[in-house]
Design a protein around this ligand. Sequence first.
Ligand SMILES: Nc1ncnc2c1ncn2[C@@H]1O[C@H](COP(=O)(O)OP(=O)(O)OP(=O)(O)O)[C@@H](O)[C@H]1O
Length: 277
Amino acid sequence: MSENALEVEGLQKAFRVGAGNVVACNNVNFAIPPGGSMGLVGESGSGKSTIARMLVGLETPDAGTIHVRGRQLGTRERGRAARLRRAKEIQMVFQDPYGSLDRRLTVAQCLDQAMKLHGVTSGTSRASRVSGLLDQVGLLAKHGESKPHQLSGGQRQRVAIARCLAIEPSVMVLDEAVSALDVSVQAQILALLNEIRASSGIALLFVSHDLAVVSEVTDDVLVMYRGSVLEQGNTSQVLNHPEHSYTKLLLSSMPGPCWNPKAVMQRRAAFEAEVAT
Ligand SMILES: Nc1ncnc2c1ncn2[C@@H]1O[C@H](COP(=O)(O)OP(=O)(O)OP(=O)(O)O)[C@@H](O)[C@H]1O
């Protein structure tokens, strides 16, 4: 059997809130093969970002295991060396790359720094790789001399993707990575991500509210509600023939020409009554 790029088993996380607990991730299981792509969808508060944050070590799971290419990640390890080891395996692209890019560095310096941090010692190798990376993400050589504020939102997101690629991870987690971009730039970034996974074998985990985006870029999808996975499977199967009433509700909530907010609210109330019983 071929090895998965990412395998998550029994992942669990609760947060203490006041006198009670909020279960943000309840026994979640999934696997993504190399070059595969999985979407994580669900309304606000369903636990998507908590899963993403556990994968990159920003939260510690209460239970469960994470394997990258067959190697188990030490989810409780602390310190710089552990952080770097994990970053080499799983990289994350955030909604707002402005917050994650160092504003003092040019794009070339940012990519150079990422490679240096992850052990590419030769300056000449790094310099030639910088131009290759810019090209790979559709930026021009001149953009290497720009600082983040001199770029558009789409270009900044390309830089964030190039920085991930510089580290050559096995998995990229994209948390609402295109939701701040206009639709035509979104389409370009999604095409780039599809190209990257096909050419590099990097697996993608795509966290998004936007089902249209998820259907464009993922093979499989996980539908989450209050920390639990309610439906899971092939993206086109789940989105075109949803089985769970919550997936149907999510699909009917998507704005479109026939969007009816009143009907959505009624369906939502019916669903909440159903889960409350
Ligand atoms: N640090 C925290 N402390 C307490 N509760 C938290 C914390 N982080 C998340 N939660 C709670 O866990 C649940 C899941 O949150 P999470 O951010 O993972 O959801 P989400 O699906 O990513 O939402 P959104 O789409 O709005 O980002 C929510 O009820 C949230 O309030």
